[in-house]
Design a protein around this ligand. Structure first.
Ligand SMILES: Nc1nc2c(ncn2[C@@H]2O[C@H](COP(=O)(O)OP(=O)(O)O)[C@@H](O)[C@H]2O)c(=O)[nH]1
Ligand SMILES: [Mg+2]
Length: 186
């Protein structure tokens, strides 16, 4: 049973759908993480891959994921921003070893947090400081500092160090998110 099944099962959600957006720069590990979370029988539909813009959607009985890369695709931004409205939880993935693009990740995060469809909603945000297995990777505390996460006052957030290749750190993050989603729904 995948973590994703566990999450859905634990929540006891059978009818209503929860939309989780998974965002981050390209190459941060989103697809790897999502593949670890989703059950093997999840239906994946890739849409609009042809215009150099990558968005992946899949769903199970009760949870629906939308995954997209935020970097280098400024001109396609309006194509994915409309998903913000429907997102009830966000997973934001950072490549902890990519120090050069940490500032780009911060810019994308700030743009996300200031978007009208996100700004005034209490959407829980789970951060994965991914690739912690890489020797020169920054700690999750350092990543948190560089992204100025302490400035996020109006949304519940949590950061977990993760190694998506081995699946380390993912259960902790999923546990936190499931608590948050449960709170949202009661
Ligand atoms: N060392 C290491 N490599 C990772 C980790 N997560 C993903 N990768 C690798 O990073 C590359 C990009 O991952 P991918 O999931 O495609 O990133 P995406 O573009 O955000 O979907 C792939 O070669 C992955 O195998 C991790 O935690 N540690
Ligand atoms: Mg991907």
């Amino acid at each position: 049973m995948g973590l994703f099944d566990k999450l859905a099962g634990w929540l006891g959600l059978k009818k209503k759908e929860v939309n989780v957006l998974c965002l981050g720069l390209d190459n941060s590990g989103k697809t790897t993480i999502i593949n670890k979370l989703k059950p093997s029988n999840a239906q994946t539909q890739d849409i609009v891959p042809t215009i150099g813009f990558n968005i992946e959607k899949f769903k199970t009985s009760s949870l629906s994921f939308t995954v997209f890369d935020m970097s280098g695709q400024g001109r396609y931004r309006n194509l994915w921003e409309h998903y913000y409205k429907e997102g009830q939880a966000i997973i934001f993935v950072i490549d902890s070893a990519d120090k050069l693009r940490m500032v780009v990740a911060k810019e994308e995060l700030d743009t996300l947090l200031n978007h009208p469809d996100v700004k005034h909603r209490r959407v829980p945000i789970l951060f994965f400081a991914n690739k912690m297995d890489v020797r020169e990777a920054l700690s999750s505390v350092k990543v948190s500092q560089l992204l100025c996460l302490e400035n996020i006052k109006d949304k519940p957030w949590h950061i977990c160090a993760s190694d998506a290749l081995r699946g380390e750190g993912l259960p902790e993050g999923v546990d936190w998110l499931q608590d948050q989603i449960r709170t949202l729904r009661t």
